[in-house]
Design a protein around this ligand. Structure first.
Ligand SMILES: C[S@@+](CC[C@H](N)C(=O)[O-])C[C@H]1O[C@@H](n2cnc3c(N)ncnc32)[C@H](O)[C@@H]1O
Length: 292
């Protein structure tokens, strides 16, 4: 939920380089990951109030290189609070609360998973005939065939796992020493002098905030704006909109994929900085006279 995977490179490209990159709302660390690959910083701090960044650290350390478990709905609810891999990668939209697949599609996905991870041809054949049988049963029941079949072909859990496994490419002692993972409130993180500070907070007005969905607690945006206004260093913020004293430094169109109802919703992602710092953003000096 809220992952910046699709626009991570764009975000990183628009941030000034320095010695340290600080990601105060790191979540699954999509931005920290892109920042580490960019070569713009030497050290990285990834903080979040949840333990999600630990999943990233574990992935970088190669913990998921041999992962191939099928996690059922029952397993999900039993283990989600103790295992961040199960909570994040096996939940709908990575939100950590609801299971990744509907009850109707779960048997197909399980069969597809078995096919993909089968060690022998015989095992693969059994899994294949299960998929065919389930498909036949679905058609016979006159269920929404098209949507089900379309959804059947991809395994989101597999894509999540592959992403984690790719992170293993960062696994060198040097990279691991350069990455510091923290769990706490954004205001408690000690910021090294001259660091590039980035925030991707829960977006104002989104369901995750208004219904306290997914993150499990609310977020006080007024307090956040106050903290940004007082901060003795520039802080770059991802949001759809910000109060008038914040200046947009970049924007990009993005397709919203975390909505269960409407996959094709388009949004504009924006990067902001408080007006006190707007004139100091590298390579950008003119904001229509806002900077004094
Ligand atoms: C939009 S998500 C960040 C997504 C992240 N950039 C990624 O790519 O995965 C917002 C994050 O803010 C975290 N969060 C909420 N309140 C927080 C707080 N007070 N301090 C630090 N993190 C907080 C949530 O746990 C969530 O992971």
């Amino acid at each position: 939920m809220g992952s910046k995977n699709g626009i991570a490179e764009w975000v990183v490209k628009n941030l000034p380089s320095s010695h340290t990159f600080v990601d105060l709302f790191a979540g699954g660390c999509a931005i920290t990951h892109a920042a580490m690959l960019s070569g713009k910083w030497k050290s990285f701090v990834a903080n979040d109030i949840s333990d999600a960044p630990q999943l990233f650290r574990d992935a970088v350390e190669g913990k998921y290189a041999n992962e191939e478990r099928w996690i059922s709905r029952e397993d999900f609810f039993m283990f989600k609070d103790s295992d961040p891999y199960i909570r994040v990668c096996w939940s709908f939209g990575n939100c950590g609360r609801t299971y990744i697949y509907s009850r109707e599609l779960e048997p197909y996905k399980r069969a597809l998973h078995r096919m993909l991870f089968a060690k022998t041809v015989a095992e693969r054949r059994v899994a294949f005939s299960t998929v065919a049988w389930e498909l036949y049963a679905l058609c016979k029941a006159g269920k929404e065939f098209n949507t089900s079949v379309r959804n059947m072909g991809s395994l989101q859990s597999m894509e999540n796992l592959q992403r984690l496994q790719n992170m293993g490419s960062l696994q060198s002692m040097e990279n691991l020493q350069r990455l510091r993972i923290m769990q706490g409130d954004y205001r408690e993180v000690e910021i090294p002098d001259g660091a590039t500070v980035y925030c991707d907070p829960p977006y104002i007005g989104t369901e995750a905030v208004t219904n306290k969905k997914c993150y499990g607690y609310g977020f006080d945006h007024e307090e956040f704006y106050g903290w940004l206004r007082d901060a003795p260093f520039p802080v770059y913020v991802s949001e759809y909109s910000m109060p008038d004293d914040f200046v947009e430094i970049a924007s990009i169109g993005k397709r919203c994929t975390s909505s269960p109802k409407n996959n094709s919703r388009k949004t504009t992602e924006r990067l902001f900085v408080h007006e006190r710092w707007a004139g100091k953003v590298k390579g950008r000096s003119c904001y229509g006279g806002i900077f004094d």
